[in-house]
Design a protein around this ligand. Structure first.
Ligand SMILES: [Zn+2]
Length: 269
């Protein structure tokens, strides 16, 4: 049992072979995938993938890298979407102070408003976190949400500890497999096991063996094996622990609740 807690499987990069990549991931032992939306336009592609593929579960949110595409009316669209199809989380939301040209004030507005939405619906959040951990944490202390995941975490050990204190798990994927990623490897090795979840962020953040190619949820077992080697535990133990952590962070995964499941008539979702 392996859970990909962050996978953009609705992305156009998979249009040509999404069915076979899904089968490849399932055959490799990936049981559940969380598909975070990035814009209101992506609600439809995420919904389509989560309707077609069993145990692909949506998160609805507005991603900071697309801040120029978001409108104030999108908050209402997000609320409506959550009420139509209850997701496993609100996401992907957050702050990106690495990519140039993304209006920081507007990013902060969208981050804060979506934290309030998550708090209102009592949903965890999936956080995009790039050169922004301290500000993300500051707002999380003010607007208490039921935890979630700091995805593709790349902050300091101190910042990791602060996220953990607030009930968050930290997502690790292909990035730590690169030989020069010594900071990430130290985090992945030394953080408490109870804080780790697995993710691919496919089609992005390919592991070293994929090189510059397209990442896929089918790479998750090899990423899990690499993390198990780093920590000196068996891949079975690693899979069990990270899956428990994923379910703790995102309780809709693997539960009997209808959260994450398509509404009765998903064609209108
Ligand atoms: Zn993402």
């Amino acid at each position: 049992v392996l859970i990909d807690t962050h996978c953009h499987f609705d992305a156009a990069e998979f249009d040509a072979d999404r069915d076979s990549e899904y089968q490849r991931a399932r055959t490799a032992g990936v049981t559940d995938c969380v598909l975070p939306a990035v814009t209101t336009a992506s609600f439809a592609t995420v919904a389509a993938a989560c309707t077609r593929y069993p145990r692909c579960l949506p998160a609805w949110g507005l991603h900071p890298m697309y801040v120029a595409e978001h409108h104030d009316a999108d908050f209402e669209a997000l609320r409506k979407r959550i009420e139509t199809w209850r997701p496993v989380a609100v996401g992907e939301i957050g702050l990106d102070f690495f990519v140039r040209g993304l209006d920081p004030a507007r990013q902060t507005l969208f981050y804060v408003e979506q934290l309030k939405i998550a708090r209102h619906y009592e949903l965890p959040v999936l956080l995009h976190c790039r050169k922004s951990s301290d500000l993300l944490l500051r707002e999380l202390r003010r607007i208490r949400v039921p935890g979630g995941i700091a995805h593709a975490f790349n902050g300091s050990a101190q910042q990791a500890a602060e996220f953990i204190k607030l009930g968050f798990k930290l997502g690790f994927g292909g990035a730590f497999t690169w030989p020069r990623a010594s900071h990430l490897q130290a985090l992945a090795r030394d953080l408490p096991a109870s804080a780790l979840v697995l993710e691919t962020d496919a089609p992005d953040i390919p592991p070293v063996w994929v090189g510059r190619g397209r990442n896929s949820p089918a790479e998750l077992p090899q990423i899990a094996a690499a993390l198990a080697r780093l920590r000196g535990i068996t891949v079975e133990d690693l899979a069990r622990i990270t899956s428990e952590n994923a379910r703790a962070a995102l309780p809709a995964i693997g539960s009997d609740s209808r959260d994450g499941s398509p509404p009765a008539d998903a064609r209108h979702a």
